[in-house]
Design a protein around this ligand. Structure first.
Ligand code: NAD
Length: 285
């Protein structure tokens, strides 16, 4: 079985980014600039934001961490976004999710300028993606497409099943696979007889967020299995995915491990999206 090593693909793609970032600096006299907005003190979000900032630095992208207190009002958050939209030194804006309950994610997705939407979650950017003329695509599904591309896994004409219909993973994943000419079925929590679908598929992307949901008997021999799920803290508990990985070794033709599969690709794609939007804003692409 081919191990789809997201860490390796990530390294390769980050190395490839460095000279492009240097070229951007040469042409514009400044670094591409990502601003990450974090509202509140959620510990997991703090870790994600730290990782994003460290990863930016490693490839030469400037990143600013803008902190707002948990008590920030919608009007205050709106104002911060408006200012970042207007700021010519900012190329990318990311508002870390989840937001505290009193703040609206929908509002954020309406407000962030499409030209600076590195996450690919705003309605305008999603509209472009759906219409087949993407500006950028959401990071996790785009990162999965990059893994498939790196390992030259054929997608066109294949039968693909995506499990999960979230706006950030499942739905855009199904769309990207469709754009790559797969025949796609989107399954979700109300799908009856899930195995009837997964066992027919050449490629299965599992993003249900259910620990160890699927095992060997759910897949056909030789399937390509992409596990998006992440469960456990990684400290006292080992990280595991939605798939019982030990069962599919030697059964699948290729699979992503957890950790070290899809996870690293999400941030790598964020870096790629940031550079792309910076280049686009400066007329370089
Ligand atoms: P979500 O909770 O928003 O969506 C889960 C989806 O799975 C829903 O659409 C639901 O209908 C479906 N689902 C739930 N139980 C199911 C079942 N038993 N059978 C079939 N479908 C089922 O989650 P999400 O944000 O899309 O994330 C999914 C998982 O991926 C989570 O474990 C999350 O931590 C992980 N994740 C990882 C990365 C990464 O970078 N590796 C990024 C985003 C999310």
């Amino acid at each position: 079985m081919l191990l789809l090593d997201g860490k390796l693909v990530s390294q390769v793609r980050r190395e490839a980014l460095k000279p492009k970032v240097a070229e951007f600096m040469k042409r514009t006299g400044r670094k591409p600039h990502l601003v990450v907005v974090l509202v509140g003190e959620d510990p997991a979000s703090q870790v994600y934001v730290r990782n994003k900032i460290k990863s930016c630095e490693a490839v030469g992208i400037l990143s600013t961490h803008k902190k707002l207190p948990t008590t920030a009002t919608q009007a205050e958050l709106d104002q911060v976004i408006e200012e970042l939209n207007q700021d010519p030194t900012v190329d990318g804006i990311l508002v870390q999710l989840p937001l505290p309950g009193h703040l609206s994610e929908i509002r954020v997705n309406e407000l962030i300028s499409a030209d600076k939407d590195v996450d690919g979650f705003t309605f305008q950017v999603l509209g472009h993606l759906w219409a087949g003329s993407p500006i950028v695509a959401p990071c996790t599904p785009k990162g999965i497409m990059s893994i498939l591309e790196h390992y030259q896994i054929p997608v066109a004409g294949k039968r693909a099943v995506v499990i999960g219909r979230s706006n950030i993973v499942g739905k855009p994943m199904a769309h990207l696979l469709t754009m790559a000419d797969a025949t796609v079925t989107l399954c979700h929590s109300k799908t009856k007889n899930l195995r009837d679908f997964t066992s027919q598929a050449d490629i299965v992307v599992v993003a249900a967020g259910r620990r160890h949901l699927l095992g060997r008997e759910d897949f056909k021999a030789g399937a390509v299995i992409i596990d998006v799920g992440i469960h456990g803290t990684g400290q006292d508990q080992p990280l595991v995915g939605d798939v019982r990985f030990h069962e599919i070794e030697g059964w699948a033709s290729a699979a992503t491990p957890v950790p070290g599969g899809v996870g690293p690709m999400t941030i790598t794609t964020l870096l790629e999206n940031t550079l792309y939007l910076a280049e686009r804003k400066n007329g370089l692409v």
